[in-house]
Write a protein that binds this ligand. Sequence first.
Ligand SMILES: [Fe+2]
Length: 117
Amino acid sequence: MKLSLDLKYDTPPEWTATVMNDFNSFLQDHADCERKASAMAMSLVYKCPDKTKIIPWLVETALEEMEHFKQVYDIMHERGIALKSNAEKDPYVEPLLKLLRTLAPALTRPLFTRFNN
Ligand SMILES: [Fe+2]
């Protein structure tokens, strides 16, 4: 089950200009995001071994995100760009996880009910 989302608005030209102004950093950040997405999917497999209906979807997601990582890494390799070393933590992750822990039962119940055994 592949899930893709349509963009809700056009990419602002300012964003494109910012990216193109430092494309190498953009590629490094993008590769890191793909790596994290794959790792997060596999982390959920590990944390929810009893959710057998969602595990195949999580594994598929992890593989897909790893494929994206490879695509970005191949471009980086061609351009001679190294991966980020000691990537900084994303400042929004901890507050987001804290919020999810607080609201998790209400927010995640429909998701886990859908995929529950
Ligand atoms: Fe991706």
